[in-house]
Design a protein around this ligand. Structure first.
Ligand code: CMC
Length: 392
């Protein structure tokens, strides 16, 4: 195979240079454009952080107003797109709905296909960021048989989403500023994570000059897997199973260590963090705060017990397996009223600016070439074709 080297799963191979996110997995450091996520979670909003990731700097007042106005202006989806929801079964997983509908946006906004037209990119980005939120909320409303709630221009990004999710015509939904803040924090913490599986997917698809909607739709599919963003749904299902099974966390720690069991502690471990995931630290503190307000959830006790038992166990210590971003987030989403199958959609909503930033960084780089990994062939040597009647 000459000069070709093999690195399955990209354990040690960088696929690109990038100036967006700095991650030090040994120290547990994560920064967007140089700014620690702790500061952004405390002081920023999701919209402002999205701007930071996509455009490379914190916006000034005029830039932020322009960006927020664009997001407000583009929050409706085309009325014809509402028919899509009639075609999906009401049991459809919202990630399936989301990925299909995001790809379909390219048929409503075909100007996005001209990826070299730099004048159109801002509007395409705004459309995507604004509409994904509406699609996600409509998918939920469809699944529970309630009427769609349209976006409202007077509401900020997260409040608008909460309103579309939870208000009903009979009663206005009271936006609790504390809950709005928590949603902002969670989305900020998910906003980018350098070359993870879904972001690498967006880059690879985009490297063929596929349009932004198509590239992000591929990223949503990659995120859905239980080893990636799908883990947040799996965590709650696991905690629920432990509760139904009597709450004995040590039994599940033992099962996770048993290589024949095929069971892993969901929300534990990470390819790059060999220390506590800094996002999980903030989310754990948030979970305490939200449950103090919303009422006790026995699953939080189970999660804490499981974490404590695992972190005492040499299997987890030696392998440096710590809770990751997905371990405590689901408990908060649950307390806010989101159903379990919407958790990964919330992850997608949060990761959107990161995906967009990477797609844009790649498209803006004149050195970008189509992504095309090599392989090490392990199949048969030359074989001759055998006609059907001569095959044994
Ligand atoms: N439970 C039990 N054992 C584990 C776990 C776990 N959650 N995670 C890793 N290990 C073991 C694994 O069996 C292996 O052991 P050994 O060296 O004896 O073969 C060792 O730790 C290294 O694991 P790996 O699978 O080689 O590590 P990886 O970098 O390929 O995988 C991971 C990373 C996140 C896919 C993995 O830790 C995992 O499956 N975790 C559970 C799923 C999860 O929580 N995913 C969310 C990740 S964070 C957010 C996101 O990306 O979406």
């Amino acid at each position: 195979t000459g000069l070709v080297t093999i690195d399955p799963a990209f354990m040690n191979t960088a696929s690109t240079k990038s100036a967006i996110t700095y991650l030090d997995g040994e120290q547990g450091i994560l920064r967007y454009r140089g700014i620690p996520i702790e500061q952004l979670a405390e002081k920023s909003t999701f919209v402002e952080t999205s701007y930071l990731l996509i455009y490379g700097h914190l916006p000034d007042k005029a830039e932020l107003t322009r960006f927020s106005t664009l997001l407000t202006r583009h929050s409706l989806i085309h009325e014809d797109m509402k028919h899509f929801f009639d075609g999906f079964p009401s049991t459809a997983h919202p990630m399936a709905v989301l990925s299909s509908m995001v790809c379909s946006l390219s048929s409503y906004y075909p100007d996005a296909l001209d990826v070299d037209n730099k004048d159109l990119i801002d509007i395409t980005i705004a459309r995507l960021l604004a509409k994904v939120r509406t699609i996600a909320a409509f998918a939920y409303k469809k699944s529970i048989g309630q009427p769609f709630v349209y976006p409202r221009n007077s509401l900020r990004y997260c409040a608008n989403f909460l309103n579309m999710m939870f208000s009903v015509p009979a009663e206005p939904y009271e936006i609790d500023p504390e809950i709005e803040k928590v949603l902002n924090i969670l989305l900020i913490l998910h906003a980018d994570h350098e070359q993870n599986c879904s972001t690498s997917t967006v880059r690879l698809v985009g490297s063929s000059k596929a349009n932004l909607f198509a590239s992000i739709s591929a990223g949503i599919c990659a995120l859905w897997g239980p080893l990636h963003g799908g883990a947040n749904q799996e965590v709650i299902q696991m905690l629920d199973a432990i509760q139904r099974d009597g709450g004995d966390v040590s039994k599940y720690v033992a099962m996770a260590k048993d290589k024949t069991s095929n069971f892993r502690l969901m929300g534990f471990g990470h390819r790059v963090y060999k220390n506590f995931d800094p996002r999980a630290k903030i989310i754990k503190a948030c979970a305490d705060q939200v449950l103090a307000k919303k009422g006790h959830d026995p699953l939080l006790d189970i999660a804490k017990g499981l974490e404590e038992a695992a972190l005492k166990d040499s299997y987890f210590v030696e392998r440096k397996l710590y809770p990751n971003v997905d371990f405590y987030s689901g408990i908060i989403y649950r307390a806010l009223g989101f159903p379990t199958n919407m958790f990964t959609v919330l992850f997608a909503l949060g990761r959107l600016p990161g995906w967009i930033a990477h797609w844009k960084e790649m498209m803006d780089d004149p050195q970008t070439k189509i992504g095309r990994p090599r392989q090490v062939y392990t199949g048969p040597t030359l074989q001759n074709y055998v006609p059907l009647d001569q095959r044994s």
